[in-house]
Design a protein around this ligand. Structure first.
Ligand code: PLP
Length: 443
């Protein structure tokens, strides 16, 4: 049976070049990067080379790259490593659970958090971050791209607000890395998490950018690895794979790959939106319930503080260089193609609601036809709760439950889109015909 994988935001396969780059480090070059003999030196220099590639990827110094186990560890390190009792944290209600649950944990240790809500189109308004500031705000943590909607957040503006307030700024760039150009200098952040498996690298490895001088406390203690910022024998094959994936990702930001992916995503989206009772989440504000507002409380400003370390070369492009405006429009008919409220998104993601059916039933029906997609975030699969991201955007529970995320691999093809556009209408028509939601007996 044809299988089409459209769940790249959950994870991606290794590219063959990544596999090849990693291969020798499992067997022939298995050394411990801390050993002084030749085997150790080989491993050590592989880690050094990988660090240089990641420094280019982030646009930072080699010494500012800390290898770790992935996005969850990077996010947890930002929260647990910087915050102390009495501090205030500003984050958003659409973050990944690696941030949200860490913030919950910190509440038990005397750290208060303000969760800033998005607009109805899934954007975080920098003014809402600004008005949440308090004199004791120590950290602002905002994601680069949302995992469910693909909406890109205005991190550069938030970075300026953090700087003026003297607060540290962390970006969860797990879903943005490889899809848009990272530039931690321009973003003005102190910390930035990425994960290899979201960009065709191996699972269980990632990196955290830690700006020089950021007083982060290590989560793991033991050896003096990673300049004492992350103890534990380096995962050399994983680190080599991460670097290879990052190098390939930088190339595909320049060779037209992301434009190709965006065109495929747009064709897929337009094809699905031709069905009645469908729409894009993360595009239009018309789904906001009456009276819906951003809910961040206003707070006093802090005096200007830490200096940006701006001694690196400026980078080409802007965060939005591979951003494509949503064709969905706020207004009575989102299928007109006219948008008065364009929302920047990464190229590979669309999140679509289907009225009169259960999203989970559609995920299963599509899987049976060979199409892998996701309802809400993969980390919550099995849970019956609707997506916290869509709920925060103001969708009602029924529509949030009836939403699916299609996220394309960068290797996606026209044939993949053709196949999905062939099976989705059939599955939707079938489910609507038998759906208790359509019959009005469930909500
Ligand atoms: N942050 C975001 C936005 C994510 O989408 C994910 C994974 O889905 C993570 C963090 C966690 O990354 P990892 O799977 O590497 O722990």
């Amino acid at each position: 049976m044809t299988r089409v994988y459209m769940d790249a935001n959950a994870t991606t396969p290794l590219l063959p070049e990544v596999m090849e780059a990693m291969r020798p480090y499992w067997i022939e070059r298995f050394g411990n990067a801390s050993s002084i003999h030749l085997d150790g030196q080989q491993a050590h220099s592989a880690v050094d080379r990988a660090r240089a590639t990641l420094a280019e990827f982030f646009n930072c110094h080699d010494a500012e790259v800390v290898f770790n186990s992935g996005g969850t560890e990077g996010d947890n390190t930002a929260i647990f490593g910087l915050l102390r009792p009495g501090d205030h944290l500003i984050t958003t209600s659409i973050e990944h659970s690696a941030i949200l649950r860490a913030a919950d944990r910190m509440a038990e240790h005397g750290v208060e958090t303000t969760f800033v809500a998005p607009t109805a189109s899934g954007l975080i308004d920098p003014a809402a971050i600004e008005s949440a500031l308090r004199p004791e705000t120590r950290l602002i943590s905002v994601m680069l791209a949302n995992n469910e909607t693909g909406v890109l957040q205005p991190v550069e503006e938030i970075g300026k607000i953090a700087r003026a307030a003297g607060a540290f700024f962390h970006i969860d760039a797990v879903q943005g890395a490889g899809k848009v150009l990272l530039d931690v200098r321009r973003f003005g952040c102190h910390l930035c998490s990425i994960s290899a498996h979201k960009m065709h690298g191996p699972k269980g490895v990632g990196a955290l950018f830690v700006r020089r001088g950021t007083p982060i406390e290590s989560l793991l203690v033991g050896g003096s690895h990673e300049r004492r910022r992350r103890a534990g024998t380096e995962n050399v094959p994983g680190i080599v794979g991460l670097a290879k994936a990052a190098g390939l990702a930088m190339l595909s930001l320049e060779d037209g790959t992301m434009e190709r992916v965006a065109a495929l995503r747009d064709r897929l989206e337009a094809g699905i939106l031709a069905l009645p009772g469908t729409g894009v989440n993360g595009a239009a504000p018309q789904f906001a319930p009456e009276g819906w507002r951003d809910n961040s409380p206003g707070q006093a400003q802090r005096s200007p503080g830490k200096d940006a370390n701006n001694d690196l070369k400026p980078r080409r492009g802007a965060v939005n260089s591979f951003v494509h405006q949503n064709p969905g429009a706020p207004g009575p008919d989102f299928r007109t193609g006219e948008s008065t409220d364009p929302v920047p998104r990464v190229a590979n993601t669309t999140n679509i609601w289907f009225d009169h059916l259960e999203g989970e039933a559609l995920v299963i029906a599509l899987d049976l036809k060979g199409v892998a997609v996701s309802g809400g975030s993969a980390c919550h699969s099995g849970a019956t709760e609707p997506s916290h991201v869509l709920m925060a955007m103001g969708l009602d529970k029924t529509r949030a439950r009836a939403s699916l995320r299609f996220s394309l691999l960068k290797t996606a093809t026209e044939a993949d889109v053709d196949y999905v556009l062939q099976v989705v209408p059939v599955a939707v028509a079938h489910l609507r015909a038998i759906s208790p939601v359509a019959a009005g007996t469930a909500g």
